[in-house]
Design a protein around this ligand. Structure first.
Ligand code: FES
Length: 578
């Protein structure tokens, strides 16, 4: 069947450049001012390249060069490229946390597309929040859009050990504090950790979310697995440029790509990847933008069905470069076909099933992408916990935690906030041992502020000294997807708004039962009510600016931390006259 093709008069950009009145004159004249001929913008798809490149966004440093590859593809296909910079959220550098700004990037992306003469978009990102940020904006604007992932860094090596970004930072930091490596080792590791351009090379949040973008249908097949510095990456960028022009003529928009089927595919893939807990927040936000009511319970149900098959750090042994050579995401999807709806439409104009036809795990790489009956762990990528400590839910990544701690009862050691934790965690007088449960509060969406990745609390020095490397930790914070440990995260409602985490005291006994999906504070209800009556809300974190808007509108983790006023599906009507 032939795909219906729009006429040039149906292009959105025709309203800017096609008319004979003073507006059309002015728009064309301004383009001619910069050396563009009128026929280059009249009746050709105008493609906005939304580029999150910046010099301080280290994972995206190559995206400026890649924009040139994208432009080559757009021009070859008969479109016209316009590169537009957008908020660049480099995970490590941006404070208080990039999560604070994810929704700002989403709004910026949506409004950049809305306000300019753009018919379609190539979205360039990859570092953790840029993928959901850009996709949220594109979903709401609903113009044809394709996602170009920055690609992961090459494998890191340190003294003969394959090192994963983030994962081994935490491993070696514990070894340093335990006196097992030298200060010079620590300095040398710093130079060895990040070997090339690109995003973190583990199955952290970046690789999880770019894989999710691909399985949702927003990327070319196999795009997300290509390392940033592989020659296939610029070729893939040019392919994105070429394809978006076809998508504009076909009017292939996010509302045709996102469906309950594609979201279900994403949830299944998240579990098989052993993806970051952050994915639970972002996937819920993206689904709800499209009017698909995804919940934590839906994700938990998928986690019970599908084991972790990808043997990548932090849950496993390998890195993204290995995953690429093992066949990448397409090969993984071929392993879990039975859990996927292969009829879901993608940016290729074909179905997911057609995109993965013939994909196989590379011979000899079966340990990297496991068969369904050989998962890397008996525990799943996610468990959603409820109880009197988390009435609206909390999450844990069992596959990256100590199996011996999946059922645990211990006394709480409570930290009021991050500053308090930093001050006291290594204090020899701290009353803590390996059975204690470390509790950090006031680190959620409002309390952090911005929902920082503080949930992987360091193990206290005096416990490290006993050779212990994992403990139960509970917080209303998030955790980096590159980190590991028995960390209960996203406790909701958060302490800052009076969630039960605010009521915990040192010595209270906490019960964690991952198989039973239970997180319980063994304190009588009447005592909790007394403590609640005595609790006073902290003053707001912000008096002005973006922070004030954030505080007024951000939702809690189980709802995706989107702004309440952005969660409606569908795009705004565009005015006829502007
Ligand atoms: Fe950018 Fe990890 S810091 S992906």
């Amino acid at each position: 069947m032939d795909t219906p093709r729009r006429t040039r008069e149906q292009l959105r950009s025709w309203r800017w450049f096609g008319t004979g009145d003073t507006r059309g004159f002015s728009h064309r004249s301004r383009m001619q001012q910069v050396g563009v001929r009128r026929e280059e913008v009249m009746g050709r798809p105008i493609i906005g390249i939304i580029n999150t490149w910046s010099e301080i966004s280290t994972c995206h440093l190559h995206l400026r060069e890649r924009a040139g590859n994208v432009k080559r593809g757009i021009l070859a296909a008969g479109g016209f490229p316009i590169e537009m910079p957008a908020l660049s959220l480099g995970e490590v550098m941006v404070k208080p946390t990039t999560m604070f700004y994810r929704n700002l990037l989403a709004m910026e992306c949506e409004e950049l597309l809305r306000s300019h003469p753009v018919d379609g978009a190539v979205l360039m990102g990859g570092c953790d929040k840029t993928t959901p940020g850009l996709l949220l904006g594109a979903i709401s604007m609903d113009l044809p859009a394709i996602y170009l992932p920055a690609g992961p860094q090459l494998n890191g090596h340190f003294k003969g050990v394959k090192v994963g970004v983030g994962t081994h930072t935490r491993t070696y930091y514990d070894e340093l504090r335990a006196g097992k490596i030298s200060a010079q080792d620590w300095v040398d590791l710093e130079a060895a950790m990040c070997r090339s351009h690109g995003t973190c090379n583990t199955m952290g949040t970046a690789s999880t979310m770019t894989s999710i973008a691909e399985v949702l249908g927003f990327c070319l097949p196999g795009a997300t697995s290509i390392p940033a510095d592989d020659a296939a990456h610029p070729r893939m960028a040019a392919d994105c440029g070429e394809r978006i022009v076809g998508m504009v003529w076909e009017d292939l928009k996010p509302s045709r790509i996102l469906s309950a089927a594609s979201v279900g595919n994403a949830a299944a893939t998240y579990m098989a990847l052993g993806g970051s807990t952050n994915c639970a927040v972002h996937l819920i936000a993206m689904a709800r933008r499209a009017g698909i009511p995804l919940t934590l319970d839906d994700l938990d149900a998928r986690a019970r069905e599908i084991r972790v098959l990808v043997n990548l750090m932090p849950s496993g042994d390998y890195l993204m470069e290995d995953f690429y050579h093992a066949g990448g995401l397409r090969a993984l999807l071929s392993r879990i076909e039975a859990h996927l709806d292969l009829s879901a439409l993608t940016v290729t104009g074909r179905t997911l099933g057609e995109n993965i036809a013939g994909a196989r795990v590379t011979a000899g790489s079966e340990d990297i992408i496991r068969a369904a009956d050989q998962p890397i762990s008996d525990h799943g990528a996610l468990a959603v916990l409820y109880g009197n400590l988390a009435p609206d839910g909390a999450v844990i990544k069992p596959a990256a935690a100590d199996p011996a701690l999946m059922q645990h009862v211990g006394p709480a050691v409570v930290f009021e906030d991050m500053v308090d934790m930093m001050k006291r965690i290594d204090d020899p007088a701290l009353d803590v041992d390996e059975n204690s449960v470390l509790v950090l509060r006031n680190a959620g969406p409002l309390g952090g502020p911005g929902f920082p990745e503080w949930g992987n609390l360091p193990i206290p020095k005096k416990v490290l000294a006993k050779g212990v490397r994992d403990m139960v930790r509970i917080s209303d914070a998030r955790m980096s997807g590159t980190h590991y440990g028995t960390c209960v995260l996203h406790v909701a409602p958060e302490a800052f708004i009076g969630g039960p985490l605010a009521l915990v005291r040192d010595g209270d006994v906490i019960e964690l039962d991952v198989a039973g999906r239970r997180l319980h504070l063994r304190v009588p209800d009447e005592e909790l009510e007394r403590r609640r009556a005595a609790w006073t809300a902290p003053p707001p974190r912000f008096e002005r600016g973006y922070g004030r808007m954030f505080s007024a509108h951000v939702t809690q983790a189980p709802a995706g931390c989107d702004f309440d006023f952005l969660q409606q599906p569908g795009t705004l009507p565009e005015p006829d006259i502007f």
